[in-house]
Write a protein that binds this ligand. Structure first.
Ligand code: NAG
Length: 211
């Protein structure tokens, strides 16, 4: 009479044990193996140091053409975020600095301003509506996944922000770099963007593009 319930209990216990053995708390990236759509494969042995990253403590070097620096803590830099669907980066904008129009193909972004004044915005893919706003210390703005967006220092002093992403490796494609910092033939850039050849050559010269 009690035999069947006992068997069911055993089956249930075995089932729970199987499920628990499948639960994985984390998957620290093994950067020696290639990245895939689901992230990097998991590192075999981990320590507390795998879950801590010091790379955002120091300002990025803003002595460059954009007077700005993006310091990412994505899975290639911070293997502990691999597989968790989130990451973070530091934005340093010197006076006049700009993070030019860009997209993160794999993640939405949320910005919090820590210091200074940042004008930030994005363009919708539906009807290309521009949404932009001037943000001050403590303000937060969200940038939906894949949309073109920018941040620029609209104050007088330096500006600092942190951006978090809904992906451990959101990617970054800067539009001007995609057009003018490679060997995309000038003639094709002109045909596909309607820009003047002179302007394209000028930007290729500035950014290091060829052809
Ligand atoms: C910042 O970058 C510039 C240009 O590459 C370089 O000359 C300078 O030494 C760098 N500064 C620091 C502190 O690394």
């Amino acid at each position: 009479m009690y035999l069947i319930p006992h068997i069911l209990l055993l089956v249930f216990v075995a089932f729970v044990a199987t499920i628990q053995s499948l639960v994985q708390d984390f998957c620290v990236a093994d950067l020696s193996l290639p990245d895939g759509p689901a992230g990097y494969p998991c590192k075999k042995s981990v320590t507390e140091n795998d879950f801590v990253y010091h790379g955002l403590a120091a300002p990025g070097n803003t002595t460059n053409i954009i007077n700005a620096a993006v310091t990412p803590a994505f899975s290639p830099q911070f293997p502990g975020v691999n597989g968790l669907g989130l990451s973070i980066a530091r934005l340093d904008l010197a006076a006049g600095g700009v993070i030019p129009l860009h997209t993160h193909p794999a993640g939405s972004e949320i910005l919090v301003v820590i210091q200074g004044t940042i004008c930030a915005g994005f363009i919708s893919s539906f009807e290309n509506v521009i949404y932009f706003k001037t943000l001050n210390k403590g303000d937060v703005m969200v940038f939906p996944q894949g949309l073109l967006h920018f941040q620029l220092n609209s104050g007088n002093g330096p500006a600092l922000g942190f951006v978090s992403f809904s992906s451990s490796n959101p990617g970054l494609q800067i539009t001007d770099f995609a057009l003018f910092k490679n060997d995309f033939p000038t003639e094709l850039v002109a045909k596909t963007t309607f820009l003047d050849v002179a302007q394209i050559k000028k930007l290729k010269g500035v950014l290091g593009g060829k052809n």
